[in-house]
Design a protein around this ligand. Sequence first.
Ligand SMILES: Nc1nc2c(ncn2[C@@H]2O[C@H](COP(=O)(O)OP(=O)(O)OP(=O)(O)O)[C@@H](O)[C@H]2O)c(=O)[nH]1
Ligand SMILES: [Mg+2]
Length: 377
Amino acid sequence: MFNMTDKKKTSQDSYKPDWVPENAGQEFATKVVKGKRITGKTEKRQGAKKLRTLSVDEYVSGVLKCDRTITARTITLIESNSQEHFEKSQEVLKRLLPYSGKSLRIGISGIPGAGKSTLIETLGCDLIRKGYKLAVLTVDPSSSVSKGSILGDKVRMEKLSREENCFIRPSPSGGILGGVARKTRETITVCEAAGFDIVLIETMGVGQSEITVRSMVDFFLLVLISGGGDELQGIKRGVMEISDAVAINKADGDNLEKAKLSQTEYSLALKYIKPITRDWEPKCYLCSALTGYGVDNLWEEVKKFEKITKQSGSFEERRKAQSLEWVFTIIEENLKENFYNDKAVQKEITKITSLIQKGEILPTSAAEKLLHTYYKK
Ligand SMILES: Nc1nc2c(ncn2[C@@H]2O[C@H](COP(=O)(O)OP(=O)(O)OP(=O)(O)O)[C@@H](O)[C@H]2O)c(=O)[nH]1
Ligand SMILES: [Mg+2]
């Protein structure tokens, strides 16, 4: 089934799959292991070693050395919903925190299919050529809806995924211990400690995920296409208000003229929106992720943003505000979790639900009753 070349052969019984580039080193850990004929008796699988549990020290030193396997395993540890993993991951993060914070964090958002992943591929390859180390995270709040996208992203970011200085990681789905937001923030910390100097975060949803990503990045880019339809205006306006730049993508071929018209429209719309970042006026740019047109210019603007806001202090100001916001988010999540996991509260919720449905209690009184149940313990 696979084209096995001598180069890709790693041992008698296993070899690298054919999608691994010829000149690849150890960064591709996947191996194809020869099948075994089942003879009836249960046989011990060979070549399928269980991953050894790592100590906190091993996680920390692995990430600091930018060992890709350990960095990936650290993120998996963060994503885990088990209490034991949670405690270990917090220990690892505490040790990594002093090494984090040095990257430029960029959020890339926009309507589905606007070309975010393709833009990340084009821009990302340019950045790697310029000598940057790049981490790409994708945040998908409704992963059940777009399971296919993650698979698609691997294809869309094909060149980028082969770059040694690039690390691509799809986001986890939410869980009991804090959900996507906590995990993405902590993943940023790990990537920074591993030495990635640019972190790009692609968000695919509309609405809440943008607000969440905005609260963890320095620069927020909104990717749109010309003539997206009036029904999207509401969403776009809300997201435009939190953006530092708008890029009209797919400005190529027959679409170029339409894209120019959209640029004029959005430039005008941006003038009526209060800028989200002090000392920076958001503008609308044209680009084509496919041909590369305008991509370099977009990057120049991001650099300009970094320079201006660092000089004026608004960069650091936002980082500090974000840290504080993070503290309160953790508290809110914690309180919420404790409340809903409380056995007495759960019992009371069942009673209250039926009373509400019958219209026998006011929502305010219901809430008060539930809170009372929680606090009287
Ligand atoms: N003509 C043209 N097509 C593009 C451009 N950028 C992306 N596309 C195409 O648009 C389609 C969607 O691109 P993606 O990069 O997957 O878009 P996305 O915004 O990441 O999509 P989701 O993650 O699913 O929301 C693909 O078929 C791309 O080839 C561009 O600049 N010009
Ligand atoms: Mg995408």
